[in-house]
Ligand binder design. Structure first.
Ligand SMILES: [Zn+2]
Length: 121
């Protein structure tokens, strides 16, 4: 499963972030997944549940926001949100468009909890 290796990378990132912040736990993770990224949000959630076991993110809640595709038209220069099945420019009908959003997998927000520094020290 493609999503599992993505989650393993994600956990590594979280461990690094937590380490830098001297945090002991990850409380919450927000991901943005583009509908054209090739990542299944449902599979990602399942894979995260498997990957987080025994890590700093063991108790982290995962939130996934699915982002719709946004294209920029090369002919009329407009940016538009479109459906994944139809990447034509809705303004002028041009096929000459570039995907500016919707293919990404972004770690949007991480909530870190706790501190390794002792309260007394
Ligand atoms: Zn256009």
């Amino acid at each position: 499963m493609h999503e599992l290796s993505l989650c393993e990378n994600l956990i590594e990132q979280l461990e690094e972030l937590a380490d830098e912040a001297s945090a002991t736990m990850v409380g919450r993770v927000d991901l943005k997944i583009g509908v054209l990224s090739g990542v299944e949000p449902q599979l990602m959630a399942t894979a995260f549940g498997m990957a987080q076991e025994g890590t700093i993110a063991e108790n982290a809640a995962l939130f996934i926001e699915v982002t719709e595709p946004v294209i920029q038209c090369h002919d009329c220069d407009q940016e538009s949100e479109v459906s994944p099945q139809n990447l034509l420019c809705p303004h002028c009908g041009s096929e000459s468009t570039a995907l500016v959003k919707g293919h990404e997998l972004i770690l949007a927000r991480v909530e870190l909890l706790g501190s390794r520094r002792d309260a007394r020290g």
